[in-house]
Design a protein around this ligand. Sequence first.
Ligand code: NDP
Ligand code: 8X3
Length: 250
Amino acid sequence: MTRIALVTGATSGIGRATALALAKQGYHIIATGRRTERLEELKQELQEVVPVLTLTFDVRDKEAVQQAIASLPEAWKQIEVLVNNAGNAHGLSPIQEGSLEDWEAMLDINVKGLLYVTHEVLPLMLAHKKGHIVNIGSIAGKEVYPNGNVYCASKFAVDALSKAMRLDLIHEGIKVSEVNPGLVQTEFSEVRFKGDKERAAGVYKGIEPLRAEDIADVIAFVVSRPAHVNLAEVMVLAGAQASATIASRK
Ligand code: NDP
Ligand code: 8X3
């Protein structure tokens, strides 16, 4: 039977690795993001293994999200797994120095974007009373850290929404899980620090961070549990990390 997974933010980092890991499990992949050329590259790589469909849209644009999901050919509409991964941090400043633009970006992408995609995909799952939504939260959605303010708030919202979705969807045959990574070396810090590669590299200095593939492996494990098992929440930290602020650095 055909199994379809839609992964948002598949152009980079955790989303890209997840698309690859789910393809290895035999899922047909719908890969989304804003960078079309990256999606094309991923498609070239993946279609050796499974059928792939790419959708370019910005999760902040609700009309674009609606149109993209509505444009799916019938054969691709029976989405079984939705990985709500698209997200990022913008800036790392005390609240009194924060930028409205950065705050809006984080809330619009990490919270509203996740909701827009979920709003369009859910009816497709409900039609078959089957599905699994995996939201990518963060350790930053469990504990706040200095200067993390609005990014942490956006991930606390993902945590609340994951719990709330699980309650609301329990009678609909839809599982909801939340995977909460710690320090993963991806494009995340480069985006947070607006392209400052040196500052971004400093985040992972003296510590062996997680790789995107480590999180993808966990997501693939979460969605491959039998029907009677739901890994509702998983926190994945780097081996040398104890909390959002405590790590053993060499
Ligand atoms: P990357 O920056 O490598 O990837 C982010 C992905 O999100 C890209 O594919 C990007 O695609 C997509 N994205 C960002 N903004 C938008 C948008 N407006 N519309 C559509 N897609 C968008 O970071 P990660 O892989 O690390 O991040 C993935 C998720 O993991 C995020 O939710 C992040 O908060 C979370 N996370 C990351 C951690 C880390 O340490 N790296 C730790 C904990 C959680 P494109 O730019 O092409 O649109
Ligand atoms: C990303 C992890 O600790 O940089 O969500 O906020 S952290």
